[in-house]
Design a protein around this ligand. Structure first.
Ligand code: UD1
Length: 369
C-alpha cells in the first residue's frame, strides 16, 4: 500500500484518538502519537499494537509544553498533517476548573498551530470540535446543518471549542499554507470490534454509554435517566449517537481531503468556494482552506431508546430509574451529516445494535470494580 505520509496525532491514547490511529494505519498513513496520559494510560498503546501488529511511534509529552512539543517536530520533520484530539472534555469539570480547560484546550492548540507552520513539511490540521458549538438549536434547525447559528456555550469546555474554531479560522487568514478541517462530533460511543481499545472513563463515568455498561456489569447499582419531562416524544433528551469507528474513519477522509488524496469523484464536488450567508468565519471560508463538517448519523435517539436498545442488543438486564434533569443539558440535538457525505464521501454506517454490543464487549474486558 502507498504510504500517504506521516500524521501527528495529539491525544493518541484517548478514546477517539486511539480508534483514529488504527483507521489511519489501515488507510496507509504513517502515524506519530503524542499524549500526556492525563486521561488515558500507556496500556492503550498495547491495545493499538494488538490490532495493527506493531508499536506505533509515540512520545509522552504535554502539548501545552511548547519546548517538549517542539522537540517532536524536530524529531519528525516529515509531518504532513496533524489531528488535534488532546483536550479535556467533561462539561461539569470545566465549570470547576476553567483554567485547566483553557490551558489544556487553548494553549496546546496555539502551540500546534505555531509549530506546524514553522516546522512541519505541510501545515494541515484536523480539529476535534463538537456539536456543543450549536448549544440548543431552535426546532427549525433540527437536524442541524453546519450553517446553523453558533450559540455561546455556558461551559468553559464548550467555549474552548468555540474559541478553538475562532483561533483556527483567524490563523487560516494569517498563514497562507495552513489548511484546517474542523469536525463537529455528535455523541461518540462504542468500542473497536476486537475490544482491544475502547472508552476508559476516569472514576464515575459522566457519559451515558459507559454508565450503562458499568451498570450492566454490576459496578454501578443503577443508571439515572436525567429527566423524562422534556419536550420530546418519550420525555428524555435526544442525541445523535455515532459509532467511534465510523467517526475515526471520517478523520481519514478529512486528511485525504486536506492532502489532495481524496477520490476523483469527491475532488469535483466542491467546484467553487461559497461563503455561507451569516458565516461566523467569512474570511477563512473565502480562502478555500477552511472546512467544517458535522459528524453524526442524522438520526436522533432518546436516552430511553438507547437504554432499551442496549437491553435488546445485548440481552443484559439493566437497572434504571428516572432522575431529575442534569443542569446544563440541551434537550435535543442531532446532525444533518449530508455535507460530510457529499464532500468527504463519508457516512456513519454501523447499526446502533452492533455499536452497543461493541461497548458491552469492551466493558467485559475491564476490571469489575
Ligand atoms: C456533551 C456535549 C458533547 C461533548 C460531551 C463531552 C452537547 C449537546 N453535547 O455530551 O459535545 O463532547 O458532553 O462529555 O453539548 N445521561 C443520563 N444519565 C447518565 C449520563 C447521561 O441520562 O448517567 C443523558 C444526558 O442527560 C444526555 C445523554 O444522556 O441527555 C447524553 O449524555 P452524555 O453522554 O453525557 O453526553 P452529552 O452531555 O450529550
Amino acid at each position: 500500500m502507498k504510504n500517504k505520509g506521516l500524521i501527528l496525532i495529539t491525544g493518541a491514547t484517548g478514546y477517539i484518538g486511539s480508534h483514529t490511529v488504527v483507521e489511519l494505519i489501515n488507510a496507509g498513513y504513517d502515524v506519530v502519537g503524542v499524549d500526556n496520559f492525563y486521561n488515558s494510560t500507556a496500556k492503550v498503546l498495547d491495545g493499538i499494537k494488538k490490532i495493527v501488529g506493531f508499536n506505533i511511534k509515540f512520545e509522552e509529552i504535554d502539548c501545552s509544553d511548547y519546548k517538549a512539543f517542539e522537540n517532536v517536530f524536530v524529531k519528525y520533520p516529515d509531518i504532513v498533517g496533524a489531528i488535534h484530539f488532546a483536550a479535556c472534555k467533561a462539561v461539569g469539570e470545566s465549570i470547576e476548573k476553567p483554567l485547566l480547560y483553557y490551558r489544556n484546550n487553548i494553549v496546546s492548540l496555539l502551540n500546534l498551530i505555531d509549530l506546524i507552520n514553522k516546522k512541519a513539511k505541510q501545515p494541515n490540521i484536523v480539529f476535534s470540535s463538537s456539536c456543543t458549538v450549536y448549544g440548543q438549536p431552535a426546532k427549525k434547525y433540527l437536524p442541524i446543518p453546519e450553517t446553523a447559528p453558533l450559540i455561546k456555550s455556558p461551559s468553559p469546555y464548550g467555549k474552548s471549542k468555540q474559541m478553538a474554531e475562532d483561533i483556527l479560522s483567524d490563523s487560516i487568514v494569517a498563514f497562507p499554507k495552513l489548511k484546517v478541517c474542523a469536525l463537529r462530533y455528535f455523541n461518540p460511543i462504542g468500542a473497536h470490534p476486537t475490544a482491544y481499545i475502547g472508552e476508559l472513563p476516569n472514576g464515575v463515568p459522566m457519559n451515558l454509554v459507559p454508565f450503562i455498561t458499568q451498570t450492566a456489569a454490576g459496578i454501578r447499582d443503577h443508571l439515572n435517566v436525567f429527566g423524562d419531562d422534556y419536550n420530546t416524544p418519550d420525555g428524555s433528551c435526544i442525541r445523535d449517537y455515532i459509532y467511534v469507528v465510523d467517526l475515526a474513519k471520517a478523520h481519514v477522509k478529512a486528511l485525504d481531503k486536506l492532502l489532495g488524496e481524496e477520490s476523483a469523484a469527491e475532488k469535483t464536488v466542491v467546484k467553487k468556494t461559497v461563503v455561507a450567508k451569516d458565516s461566523p468565519y467569512p474570511a477563512a471560508e473565502a480562502s478555500g482552506r477552511w472546512f467544517v463538517y458535522n459528524l453524526g448519523t442524522g438520526k436522533g435517539l432518546s436516552v430511553l431508546q438507547l437504554v432499551k436498545g442496549f437491553i435488546k442488543a445485548t440481552g443484559v438486564k439493566l437497572n434504571y430509574v428516572i432522575a431529575p434533569r442534569r443542569t446544563g443539558d440541551v434537550e435535543q440535538v442531532w446532525a444533518d451529516p449530508s455535507k460530510a457525505k457529499k464532500e468527504l464521501g463519508w457516512k456513519a454506517a454501523t447499526p446502533i445494535g452492533e455499536v452497543l454490543k461493541s461497548a458491552w464487549k469492551w466493558q467485559q474486558t475491564l476490571p469489575k470494580q
